[in-house]
Design a protein around this ligand. Structure first.
Ligand code: LCS
Length: 396
């Protein structure tokens, strides 16, 4: 039934309520590492998979389960697996499906630690990765090999807000029998549902908008029942990036306001992007909500709105860019995104420092690129803060 309800209702109600004999409105928090078996035989049956029921929180927990069912419903997928971190989600999902000798096609612009995982860690395990500009479909096609198993991307890209054509990528993957993975962290299922374009596995850093309050590190993977079972009973079980039930509980609380928060993030971001685009100290603004953005045509088709992250380039050298950050007062200099507080950071020296300078240049991450995560403060206060700091650039 929940499937036919609206997204905003599912944010609050989707997924079975864990045991709730007292009728608590909020999801009960099962802060327990293990579960008591009534008899030794019952323990054996649960381990053998002959009987349902919980065993040990690394393998499953009722509070976590509600988060998984809710997120699966929101992404329109059959099932989900919650993880300790977003990187735990990326690594568990990919490593459950790739083995030594397999080949992966990835976008050349991805979050810095994802880049390190794909280039440094995967190389140690004999998994080959080709990184391409995913807006160039010829490059994607040319990267295909006999041993290509999967394709991975973020859209919009962290940090430079490039957008890729999910319908084309979904079809390309299906035609070539590849498993497709999309990191949907920047938009959340409220603004973009990769499943609608035939994508197989959707990944999130739940640290960001899903939780939304800057107090949790977590991740989630949404996919078919079969795929989630594979991930849960291989990489997640044996490598152990399992979420804490307390973090799952906090994310369930944060999710209830996702739609209202995202609307405000998008509204504020649009005003700030417009302000930045008109400012003489800013040479380029990367925000798909702006008509000037190369992928503006995807708004209203692939993604309903452009989200709350903006990247921009200053007409300034490195020293001036750093001084611009240091002069801000409401914007906090911090990595991460998706919180109530507006955050600002310098990708080349912070989130994307695992890249070599050459790889950064290829991925379009210049040294004067600044990324902001627009928070929920009043937009005028944010614009005033930016205007004040920008006015000091030429004097620094
Ligand atoms: N995927 C994307 C798109 C991300 O932006 C991040 C983290 C991750 C995965 C990993 O998630 P985590 O393990 O941190 O929960 N992005 C960060 C960023 O841009 N600044 O700090 C972390």
């Amino acid at each position: 039934m929940a499937q036919s309800r609206h997204f905003e209702t599912n944010l609050i109600h989707a997924g079975a309520n864990p045991d709730n004999e007292y009728g608590a409105l909020a999801t009960p928090l099962y802060q327990t590492s293990t579960f008591i078996f009534e008899t030794a035989e019952q323990g054996g049956r649960r381990f053998a998979g002959e009987e349902g029921g919980y065993i040990y929180t690394r393998l499953g927990n009722p509070t976590t389960r509600q988060l998984e069912e809710r997120m699966a419903s929101l992404e329109g997928m059959e099932d989900a697996a919650a993880t300790a971190t977003g990187m735990g989600a990326v690594a568990s999902a990919l490593m459950a499906n790739l083995s030594m000798g397999d080949h992966l096609i990835s976008s050349n612009a991805v979050y810095g630690c994802t880049y390190a995982l794909l280039t440094e860690q995967f190389a140690r395990f004999g998994i080959e990765v080709t990184m391409v500009d995913m807006s160039d479909h010829q490059q994607v096609t040319a990267a295909l090999r006999e041993n290509t198993k999967a394709i991975f991307l973020e859209t919009p890209v962290n940090p430079n807000m490039a957008v890729f054509d999910l319908a084309w990528i979904g079809q390309f993957a299906q035609k070539n029998n590849l498993l497709s993975f999309v990191d949907n962290t920047f938009l959340t299922p409220y603004l973009q549902k990769p499943k609608d374009f035939g994508i197989d596995v959707v990944i999130h850093s739940a640290t960001k908008y899903l939780n939304g309050h800057g107090d949790v590190i977590a991740g989630i993977i949404c996919a078919s029942k079969e795929q989630i079972e594979l991930i849960k009973f291989t990489t997640l079980k044996d490598m152990g990036a399992t979420i804490s039930p307390h973090d799952a509980w906090l994310i369930l609380r944060g999710l209830k306001t996702l739609a209202v928060r995202m609307d405000r993030h998008c509204e504020n971001a649009m005003k700030i992007a417009t302000f930045l685009e008109e400012h003489p100290s800013v040479s380029k603004v990367h925000y798909p909500g702006l008509k000037s953005h190369a992928a503006h045509r995807f708004i209203g088709k692939q993604m309903s709105k452009a989200g709350g992250v903006i990247a921009f380039e200053l007409n300034a050298d490195y020293k001036q860019s750093i001084s611009f950050l240091n002069q801000l007062s409401i914007f906090k200099i911090a990595v991460s995104l998706g919180d109530a507080e507006s955050l600002i950071q310098h990708p080349a020296s912070m989130t994307h420092s695992p890249y070599t300078p050459e790889a950064r240049a290829l991925a379009g991450i210049s040294d004067n690129l600044i990324r902001i995560s627009v928070g929920l403060e009043h937009s005028q206060d944010l614009i005033d803060d930016l205007a004040n700091s920008l006015s000091l650039i030429n004097n620094s």
